[in-house]
Design a protein around this ligand. Structure first.
Ligand SMILES: [Zn+2]
Length: 298
C-alpha cells in the first residue's frame, strides 16, 4: 500500500514536470482539439479545431516550418489551416499549438506519398505559332511568374477575411486536368500545381470566399490571372481568364463573379485553372475546398 502511494506520487511529480515543460497539459484535454486527419497525403489540407471551451483565447500554431494562424468560426471555435505541399518529403511531423497563457498542445501528423501521374506537356501548333515551347514555358514559370507570386504570398493578411467554408469557383465542376500531374516534354518537367476545370469561353468564375484581390494582370504562361488573399496565408488563383471583373486592392465577397474564364496564356483549350496556396504550400484545391466544407462548421 505504502509503495503504491510512492508510485502514485512519483507519477504525479513526473506529470507536473512534463506539464511544466509543455509536453502534456493539465487543462487542454484531447477532446477540445480535433484534426481533420492525422495522416495526410502530399497536397492535402489539415484543418485544426480548438473548441471555445478551452477558454484560453486565440491559439497560434506551427507545422512543417510554417506558422498556423487561427480564426474564430461562426460556431465560436478556433479554426486553423495547414497545407502539405505536393512536394513535401514524407515522414512524421510535429504540429504545435501555442496558447496565450503559455500552454502548448502537440500532435504527431504523418505525411504519406501521393502518386502523381506523368503526362505530356503538350504544345499544339497554335501555341507553337505563338512562340511557346516546353523550354520557354519552363523558363517563364520559373523566372517570370514564380518571383511575382512569391512576392505576393509573402504579404498575406494575418486574420481571416472569411467566416464560412469555401465554395467551388464554377457552378459545374468537371476535372479536365488533375492536380499534381507531372508534365514532361523535351527534358522539361513541370508539376501541375492546380486543377484544370472544364469551362467554355466566358463562363462566370466565382470568388471561392471573401477576400481582397492581390493581383489581376497578364502573365506569360498563366495568362490573365487573378489572385485573392483570403487571410491566414490562404490564396486562391484563377488562371487563363478572358476578362477581369475586379482589380488589385478590391474587396470581394464569396460568390462574386471575379472574371470570365478563357484561354489566355499557355492553354490548349478554354478552361479554368484553379489553385490554392496555403502558407506557401501548393495544395490540391478541390480537397482544400471539400475539407473546409466538412470541417469549418462541424
Ligand atoms: Zn492548369
Amino acid at each position: 500500500m505504502k509503495s503504491d502511494f510512492k508510485v502514485l506520487i512519483s507519477a504525479l511529480a513526473l506529470f507536473f514536470i512534463l506539464a511544466k515543460a509543455g509536453l502534456v497539459s493539465a487543462e487542454i484535454s484531447a477532446s477540445l482539439v480535433s484534426f481533420s486527419s492525422e495522416k495526410l497525403l502530399q497536397g492535402d489540407t489539415l484543418i485544426i479545431k480548438v473548441k471555445k471551451e478551452t477558454g484560453l483565447g486565440q491559439p497560434s500554431g506551427e507545422f512543417l516550418a510554417s506558422k498556423v494562424d487561427f480564426f474564430r468560426s461562426e460556431t465560436g471555435d478556433w479554426v486553423g489551416f495547414a497545407g502539405v505541399d505536393a512536394k513535401k518529403k514524407t515522414g512524421k511531423y510535429i504540429l504545435t499549438i501555442n496558447f496565450p497563457n503559455g500552454e502548448k498542445y502537440q500532435k504527431k501528423i504523418s505525411v504519406v506519398a501521393r502518386k502523381f501521374p506523368v503526362t505530356v506537356l503538350r504544345v499544339t501548333k497554335e501555341l507553337k505559332d505563338q512562340g511557346y515551347s516546353p523550354k520557354s514555358i519552363a523558363n517563364d514559370v520559373v523566372n517570370q511568374e514564380a518571383p511575382v507570386l512569391s512576392k505576393i504570398f509573402r504579404n498575406y493578411f494575418p486574420a481571416a477575411y472569411f467566416a464560412k467554408p469555401f465554395i467551388y469557383p464554377l457552378s459545374k465542376v468537371e476535372i479536365g486536368g488533375d492536380f499534381g500531374n507531372i508534365r514532361k516534354n523535351q527534358g522539361v518537367s513541370l508539376q501541375h500545381l492546380g486543377v484544370d476545370l472544364e469551362a467554355e469561353m466566358e463562363t462566370p468564375v466565382y470568388a471561392v470566399n471573401d477576400g481582397a484581390v492581390s493581383f489581376a494582370d497578364n502573365m506569360p504562361t498563366y495568362g490573365k490571372t487573378l489572385i485573392i488573399d483570403h487571410g491566414l496565408g490562404i490564396y486562391s488563383l484563377y488562371l487563363h481568364l478572358s476578362e477581369f471583373k475586379f482589380s488589385k486592392g478590391d474587396r470581394v465577397k464569396q460568390g462574386d463573379v471575379i472574371g470570365l474564364s478563357g484561354n489566355s496564356g499557355y492553354s490548349i483549350s478554354p478552361h479554368l485553372h484553379f489553385s490554392i496556396k496555403l502558407n506557401g504550400a501548393a495544395v490540391d484545391p478541390l480537397i482544400f475546398v471539400e475539407t473546409s466544407m466538412v470541417e469549418i462548421l462541424k
